[in-house]
Ligand binder design. Sequence first.
Ligand code: ATP
Ligand code: MG
Length: 420
Amino acid sequence: MQRSKLFTKTSKTTSADEVAKNAQLLARAGFIHKEMAGVYAYLPLGLRVLEKIKTIVREEMNAIGGQEVALTALQPRELFDKTNRWDDSVVDNWFKTKLKNDTELGLGLTHEEPITNILLEHVSSYKDLPISVYQIQNKFRNELRAKSGLLRGREFVMKDMYSFARTQAEHDEIYEQIAAAYHKVYQRLGIGDITFRTKADGGYFTDKNSDEYQTLSAAGEDTIYLDPAKKLAINKEIYTDENLAKLGLNKSDLVEQKSSEVGNIFPLESKYPDALDLYYTDETGQKQHIIMGCYGIGISRLMGVLAEVFADDQGLVWPTAVAPFQVYLIGIGDQGEAEAAELYTKFVQAGIEVLWDDRDSKTARPGEKLADADLMGIPYRIVVSDKTLEQGSIEVKPRTGEPKLVKIESDPKNLQELLT
Ligand code: ATP
Ligand code: MG
């Protein structure tokens, strides 16, 4: 893409009402627009990052047999009466509204009931199970505080998956498969080493623990106790001697850390299927309970966490897997600009995502272009100038590394190698 055609601008200043580092940087770099507290629009660069995160999550969910759907944001009250969740005293962060005829509706904040209800039309026999269904969708929650930028939205993007199994053993196996898939997701996003499976409260419906995935970050709203050797943590919410013993954790091995919950997986037993009258008949014709699980990943929160944990004084630092572009290309001087134009075409032909800062030097001076490359967090900055060309070279600088002069290559394979 040519920078001259990108409608977003960068800014040196942050708006006074934005306190979270992730949102400050993302807004300054033109990735997002704050509509109101906890509600953000994604602009071209930000959308590219968000979509790349979605793609990674989608690929890993598909790899374990997840079937993608798109459930509705408008939800009827009746479904939630059946599970006793409609009342504000049970779920207090719901945006609710009414039809003209006074029928009550909720704006989707989670989808256990709707998906279970849909399966009534499709599942009746042991042959129909197990099933894992997921979606990637905007969720709406009337959160009390929304000061953490993308880490806590009132409208935010979540992947939610629901599994339905015939037996507890079958459920447990699926649950661990999904745990393994989550591990791959965080690994691919470049936060595998700072994201830990964390034992947490199982919620209203089970005595079992749930598992959270917590990424270490000073900006996180959670506190966990981490055993670095076992790579296992326990959430402060359930940090008791009894739970430590149950989990085989020793107090002396644990370090207290601030963290952000980037995903969670919950065993739900048969509470929802039972309440919505979803059962199956086994091989002998007996009616049986269905064992359910739910599995969330905070897609937009992850974007905020990646911004938050990798950023430096110059700006954002994206892992290659989610960067909006791999290369930020700058030509300096007449010859440098001409050569950059040619290089741009070669990159495009080689399938390398490149943002070419082709703004003329009166619109943006070289120093501003260099600063923008850093602020936007593009993994590689390539500068072609009269000086580098004297040596038949271009300057390649990894976002957080040292620049080096590299001979100009025209072979696409070699171009790819420039970036490793
Ligand atoms: P939290 O304790 O942070 O409020 P939660 O327990 O409400 O999270 P779930 O309802 O299980 O979370 O949602 C699944 C995932 O969605 C969470 O692990 C988190 O990554 C993300 N998430 C939850 N609430 C928000 C929010 N308000 N803004 C952005 N992401 C969120
Ligand atoms: Mg919550």
